[in-house]
Design a protein around this ligand. Structure first.
Ligand SMILES: Cc1cc2nc3c(=O)[nH]c(=O)nc-3n(C[C@H](O)[C@H](O)[C@H](O)COP(=O)(O)OP(=O)(O)OC[C@H]3O[C@@H](n4cnc5c(N)ncnc54)[C@H](O)[C@@H]3O)c2cc1C
Ligand code: FES
Length: 516
């Protein structure tokens, strides 16, 4: 913490009046050089680190819910009592300080020792742990699951098998700051490389799995080796859709899913003058923004008449388009790419564009091949129950690949959100250890375009009314997606606290899931 901040913020070690903090309220201050948040719940006071361990979000601008604090940026949740990161995307705890109340004053005393990640005792009467656990996939869900298994004191062998060449990475960053040249290479891995060994997680990279033998409880890798499992988590994510257009395999075409994909685009950017992005998806548009930040001219070709309209509605679609146009992006909407020849991109409307490279961002499809071959039930993704278990006992699925019964919409849904994938990984991990915890988090995602971030909470595939509070043009708005009089989802711009409050409200909305 800068000394100036220490001089200007409240020194919590010197004490504050108890009644200066309302129930559920927070006070930002410092203890020596640390920013500290003092929070009140009833007559109890808690002092924790003031910054989220995910991206350093300001917890003082979040909300207190029971004895937890939620981060305003991407909705991580920390225990006020222990500092533990209870809900992703943060995986690491915040520091805690001892608080002492004397009369009507509250003092923040010394920092408490951080609980070690595998210190949690095994719950009494808990079921037998599996003899070994294999995690198929080294992404968001896979890593969050491995992390949670060790936090829950699982002591057996864990093997994480990934087709990626790189250890698990911060995938959302690959289309944002990393691609824009604002994040360094070493910010991208989710864990430092030595942590896998320290937590006894065997990490097999560049190792696609070709099949699962349900009866023998083994997975077979393409390199011919096998791994046994007591319990298996399938977290194979999703693959970019590849359009069968003439010339789709020319050298200038790029996809973006892995760290290697993003590095390949970064390598092309310095010499490039002009790129074409195909698809008006979140990823496509984030790529457009990052390339513009690097000074590359960008044309976006998209089948829809407004980008993101199907997911975010007309108003946000127009808003996003206008932001990109203000940064020089040229849209070719209501069109597709007819063919690619050399540097020439021919559009269905008859015009052609010249491109140094083309980034395809036309959506993804869940990676279900291996599960399907093993006879695991598939329903436009891997079908799981509320405990994220497939139709095969002991085999779970989480993340982009999983379709689960969502208690807030009453529908079986599958989403492609980072935070959902991580939270599902965490819940699946606990359930692999015999806990029966239903997955009931309200979906959340964010998307960043230049200096504008949109946060979205809930799930609305359709709506009959959109209510806008504030103004998108002023970049200060809450947009509610309403169906039959009920708010199903909320998107916000520069209103992080309202997004957290919307999440809380949506958590209380429950609809029984139909049997279909
Ligand atoms: C560029 C980009 C930007 C994004 N930005 C955002 C954002 O801003 N906000 C947001 O909410 N979401 C964002 N997302 C979506 C988010 O990253 C995904 O929802 C999330 O990564 C899903 O996690 P997952 O674990 O299910 O899959 P993934 O993270 O994709 O991991 C899947 C893993 O499975 C492995 N795998 C697949 N098949 C096999 C096999 N047969 N054998 C072995 N391994 C296999 C893969 O190699 C990979 O390691 C973004 C995605 C991308 C690509
Ligand atoms: S910065 Fe807190 S959740 Fe991302």
């Amino acid at each position: 913490m800068a000394d100036s901040a220490a001089n200007t913020s409240k020194d919590l070690a010197r004490g504050v009046k108890a009644n200066s903090i309302a129930d559920g309220g927070m006070l930002l201050g410092h203890v020596e050089k640390d920013h500290v948040l003092l929070a009140r719940r009833g007559d109890r006071f808690f002092a924790v680190g003031a910054h989220c361990t995910h991206y350093h979000g300001p917890l003082a601008e979040g909300i207190v819910v029971d004895d937890t604090v939620r981060c305003p940026w991407h909705h991580a949740c920390f225990s006020l009592e222990t500092g533990e990161a209870l809900r992703a995307p943060a995986l690491d705890p915040v520091a805690c300080w001892r608080v002492e109340r004397t009369g009507d004053e509250v003092f923040v005393r010394e920092k408490m020792p951080q609980p070690s990640s595998s210190a949690r005792p095994r719950p009494a009467g808990s079921r037998q742990h599996p003899s070994s656990i294999v995690i198929l996939g080294g992404g968001a869900a896979g890593l969050a699951a491995a992390d949670m298994l060790r936090r829950e004191a699982y002591d057996g062998p864990i093997t994480m098998i990934s087709a990626d060449q790189d250890p698990p990475v911060d995938r959302p960053n690959l289309s944002k700051d990393f691609l824009a040249g604002k994040a360094k290479n070493d910010w991208i891995p989710l864990w430092p490389s030595d942590l896998y060994g320290e937590r006894r997680i065997e990490l097999l990279l560049g190792s696609p799995v070709s099949s699962i033998d349900r009866a023998a409880r083994t997975v077979l890798l393409e390199n011919g080796t096998r791994r046994e499992f007591g319990s298996l988590l399938i977290a194979t994510g999703a693959d970019p859709v590849r359009l069968p257009i003439p010339g789709h395999d020319t050298a200038i075409v790029r996809y973006l899913r892995s760290f290697a994909d993003s590095r390949a685009i970064v390598d092309l950017a310095p010499a490039a003058k002009h790129a074409v992005v195909v698809g008006g998806s979140f990823i496509g548009l984030e790529v457009a923004a990052s390339l513009r930040t690097r000074g590359v001219a960008v044309d976006v070709v998209a089948r829809d008449h407004l980008p993101l309209e199907r997911v975010m509605g007309t108003e946000i679609g127009r808003f996003i388009q206008s932001i990109h146009e203000a940064h020089g992006v040229v849209f070719h909407l209501g069109q597709t790419v007819a063919s690619l020849t050399g540097r020439k991109v021919s559009l269905s409307g008859g015009s052609t564009l010249d491109a140094d490279f083309v980034v395809m961002g036309v959506g993804v499809k869940p990676s279900t091949t291996v599960a399907e071959k093993a006879g695991i039930a598939i329903d436009r993704g891997i079908a799981v129950n509320e405990f994220l278990e497939t139709n095969v006992p002991g085999i779970f699925a989480a993340g982009d690949v999983a379709r689960w019964p969502d208690p807030h919409t009453g529908e079986r849904i599958r989403v492609e959100h980072w935070v959902v994938a991580e939270r599902q990984g965490q819940v699946a991990a606990r359930n692999m250890l015999g806990q029966r915890e239903p997955f009931d988090a309200v979906p959340f995602f964010w998307s960043q375009h230049y200096d504008v971030t949109i946060n979205y909470v809930g799930h609305a595939e359709r709506w009959d009314n959109v209510k806008i509070d504030g103004s998108l043009d002023r970049r200060d708005a809450t947009v509610s997606f309403i169906l039959g009089g009920t708010t199903r989802a909320v998107a916000t711009v520069s209103r992080d606290r309202e997004c957290l409050e919307a999440e809380l409200a949506l958590e209380h909305l429950t609809v029984p899931v139909g049997t279909d």
